[in-house]
Design a protein around this ligand. Sequence first.
Ligand code: GLN
Length: 189
Amino acid sequence: MEKTIGVLAVQGAFAEHADSLNKLNVKSIEIRQKSDLTKHHIDGIILPGGESTVMAKLLHDLNLFEVLKDSIVSGLPVLGTCAGLILLAKTIVSDQNVYLGTMDIVAKRNAYGRQLGSFQADGQFAGIGKIPMTFIRAPYIESVSENVEVLAKIDNHIVAAKQDNMIVTSFHPELSGDLSVHRFFLNLV
Ligand code: GLN
């Protein structure tokens, strides 16, 4: 059966994820309000990059927060990129805030500082091989629990990980032109 992937589209780089899915001939729908999640069947969801604080506020304002969290806890496959990773983290370094908090990772926001606000690197991704990675004011994962599989590291920092139905990357796979991370996620769906 044809799969449909929801792309959270309240803020940030959601259009590029929809483009990536389109290139893979996968149907996507933009999730902008609660009814988009309750009235449509989706097989997975992408939480894009953007500004995690703004996205979290909008999730609450739009009444999307609880239904999204419940779906993920119930096993909906999710790919969180950059700010999406921060939304899923159970702990954020030097920050009292926890957003969806469904994944046993410790995320460090803006971890590369100002000088390295944005950069490219080629890195090894488990099960895929070497891929281009685009970082924009990116977080990295400071530590993970033992139930979390580390998928990629750059300079000894974790930049991609998987736990059950959740995959996160601190880079932006939708911006590099390489579709392998999306393909990897679709295998989980
Ligand atoms: N710095 C952003 C945050 O803290 C994440 C950046 C991104 O998603 N490109 O939410």
